[in-house]
Write a protein that binds this ligand. Sequence first.
Ligand code: SAH
Length: 300
Amino acid sequence: MAAAAARWRERVRQVLPDAALRRRFWDHHFDSAAASGAGLETGTQDLAIAAALDAAQAAQPRGAVWLIGAGPGDPDLLTLRALQLLQQCDVVLYDRLVSDAVLERVRRDAERVFVGKESGQHRITQARIHELLLHYAGRGLRVARLKGGDPLVFGRGGEEIAVLRAAGIPVTVVPGVTAALGAAAAAGIPLTHRGVSQSVTYVTAMGTAAEQLDWRALAAPLQTAVFYMGVAQLPRIVAALMAQGAPATRGAAVIERASLPGERVIAGSLADIATRAAAAAVQAPALLIVGDVVYRRSRE
Ligand code: SAH
């Protein structure tokens, strides 16, 4: 029996010279009679090996990606599903806006890869992020792709999903609290309010995107516009809205670091919000809420 098992092992070594493949083959649980190889002809042994190898390959853990919203910063604003996945993943690819407090919730021995698009020299391109996602998932790992706020709101999540789907890698989206919601809650500003605002629009006014916006529509009354923005864009946004007829008295508030330590709310109107924000030396991340809902603010 022992001699038959030894012959069988030798045969497996011959048929599968690659050590990694052999390990996978042995790792896989197959029928113990076949495992002993006792009494099998060489040709039959090879068939048994092929069958077991197929089964082993089918049982291989397949890499997968979870596109996870990290929320605005406070880890208490993570969803339960996000938290569970962060504690199970093998590797996490995270953006600049993901807070340290959220990163602390990631499984201790998971690999952490920073893929923030810094404005400095070490600029990581979106194409490079796609490469890294394919690389880690292709190795069979469980990849958490962690993005600030919600991954599908100004997060380029759609592009990452498309790339992964094209490569046949399973991808699941886990929503997060987008910055607009975190900021509104922090400031106690209702985003809609009977008789004051009947709709809310999330706007990105970053870079060249600003030129393509319908400023006239954004300047119209009875609505709320939330601008995801770089702080430097604030004066231009205010000017563009007023040029399209938004009154100087319309409410406006800047929320800096919503839900994070040092959170600040600067409230005013279109007439003075840029000056107030400059005087307060507002830093990123910050966003702007425009609408008379700002006057319904419940927190000072
Ligand atoms: N996917 C993210 C948005 C990414 S765009 C989301 O759903 O929230 C980045 C912009 O979001 C920043 O420039 C800023 O305007 C806004 N932002 C993100 N986190 C913020 C925070 N904690 N406080 C205020 N603004 C924030």
